[in-house]
Write a protein that binds this ligand. Structure first.
Ligand code: ATP
Length: 291
């Protein structure tokens, strides 16, 4: 039986003691957290901290060479190690993923409509006509102007922002209960970034999804997140409400990040990004006390 629609605030994704290793090297080391329906949970951390492989594991898209242990449940269903197809066949709800580069995510030789129809029909139940109608609905949902015209166009005809909207429509084709968005605005023009972020938040609200937002960008975190998970070297250092996090992270690394943030950001200036901050990495006293 497919579980009922989760209510806002319910823990939707539960990750327990998740570890991911490549050729014996641990990329993720026993992390546990939950993601609630109707909330944006930001997964932040410097490059190589294990954010993407965590997101991929939740979405069932981890590379085959990854050795994954632990437990991930989605609305109570055990989903770890199952591909999206296996999950669908088992009647589990879907988690979809949106990646950074919309150009790479789209097939250049298929029209936008063909790609979305294919994604809708992956359920094995929807006929061609109903899938085309659903594809138009999805283009409308992600606010693509003139969806009827865009349906027959190839991706190269669209701007980066419009392409990312198409990628989001593709992700929604499986009617997911949760979205993992991995740096969804990083490859876009600054002027478009806020629009795509707002679109993701609106869709999360409209569709009652959980959104796990992987980002380097503390500006994005401040703007969008309800909760913050801070990772470093495969470990989870912070799991807190966004206001608490910005008011004073418990862990010395979190404190160092915020202190190193160019807090005097000028209007229209670049957003503070973890990758750009020069953080004193010699941090003692794991766990630290609350400030
Ligand atoms: N397919 C793979 N084979 C071997 N090692 C991998 C593979 N994928 C990821 N890793 C390693 O796992 C670790 C975590 O990588 P991951 O991409 O999750 O980091 P990240 O925090 O998302 O970084 P970034 O922000 O740069 O994307 C890194 O050391 C990376 O080299």
């Amino acid at each position: 039986m497919t579980p009922g629609k989760p209510l806002a605030g319910d823990p939707l994704i539960a990750v327990r003691d998740l570890s991911i290793a490549f050729a014996g090297t641990r990329a993720v080391d026993g992390i546990s957290f939950t993601v609630k329906a109707g909330e944006v949970t930001a997964l932040v951390g410097e490059s190589g901290s294990g954010k993407t492989v965590t997101g991929l594991s939740i979405a069932g898209l981890a590379p085959p060479e990854a050795r994954i242990t632990g437990r991930v449940t989605l609305a109570g269903a055990d989903i770890l190690g199952r591909t999206p197809r296996q999950r669908r066949l088992a009647g589990h709800p879907a988690v979809s993923m949106v990646f950074q580069d919309p150009q790479a995510a789209l097939n250049p030789v298929l029209t936008i409509g063909e790609q979305i129809v294919e994604a809708v029909r992956a359920d094995g139940r929807t006929g061609a006509r109903a899938a085309a109608a659903r594809a138009l609905e999805l283009l409308d949902l992600v606010r693509i102007p003139e969806p009827g015209r865009r349906f027959s166009e190839y991706p190269h005809r669209l701007s980066g922002g419009m392409r990312q909207r198409v990628v989001i429509a593709l992700a929604l084709a499986a009617s997911p209960v949760a979205l993992v968005a991995d740096e969804p605005t990083t490859a876009l023009d600054v002027t478009i970034q806020a629009q795509i972020l707002q679109l993701l938040i609106r869709l999360k609200d409209e569709l009652g999804m959980a959104l796990l937002l992987i980002t380097h960008d503390l500006g994005v975190v401040a703007e969008a997140a309800d909760r913050v998970l801070l990772m470093r070297d495969g470990r989870l250092l912070e799991d807190r409400g966004v206001r608490d996090f910005f008011d004073g992270p418990r862990h010395p690394y979190g404190r160092a990040l915020l202190a190193a943030r160019p807090g005097r950001r000028t209007r229209g200036g670049p957003r503070p990004r973890l990758a750009d901050t020069s953080v004193p990495f010699v941090i003692s006293g794991e766990g630290g006390g609350a400030c």
